[in-house]
Design a binder for this molecule. Structure first.
Ligand SMILES: [Zn+2]
Length: 143
């Protein structure tokens, strides 16, 4: 995938705003082997812009799963469900933590958990290890 150039200053703003945590799975950048990435919430191909209002910090695992997707389909209802939008949605309105698992508590949350594979066994195990050493979650993500 071609990654658009993001000015360093903008990268810093987005990273600081997210408190260095992935805005989807909340893992801190220092706890991942590779740097977190700047995610276009609305991908460029859908007309999204490279602006603060459309950027989020995402770990490589979340960002790779998300790609340029904005939504997914609920297979039971066959309805299109938007993905969690860190710029518009409050994390705690859509997710809860339960022993390292990220539980979707809304259709948006459930769709996002599934599409981003937030509860792959190794990811849950990793978050449980972080909990044990008081590294997860690092800060409340209220806004
Ligand atoms: Zn993540």
């Amino acid at each position: 995938m071609i990654r658009p150039h993001i000015p360093t200053s903008l990268r810093h703003v987005v990273t600081a705003r997210a408190k260095h945590q992935c805005e989807y799975c909340l893992v801190h950048e220092d706890d991942r082997p590779e740097s977190h990435q700047i995610d276009h919430v609305i991908a460029l191909k859908h007309g999204g812009q490279t602006t603060e209002e459309n950027l989020a910090l995402a770990c490589a695992l979340c960002n790779n799963q998300k790609g340029s997707d904005l939504a997914t389909i609920d297979l039971e209802t066959e309805k299109i469900v938007p993905l969690f939008n860190p710029r518009k949605d409050a994390w705690t309105d859509h997710f809860q933590l339960s022993e390292g698992e990220i539980v979707g508590i809304s259709t948006v949350g459930q769709a996002t958990v599934r599409l981003l594979r937030l509860n792959e066994p190794d990811r849950v195990l990793f978050r449980r290890l972080l909990i044990e050493i008081n590294r997860y979650p690092m800060a409340e993500v209220a806004d």
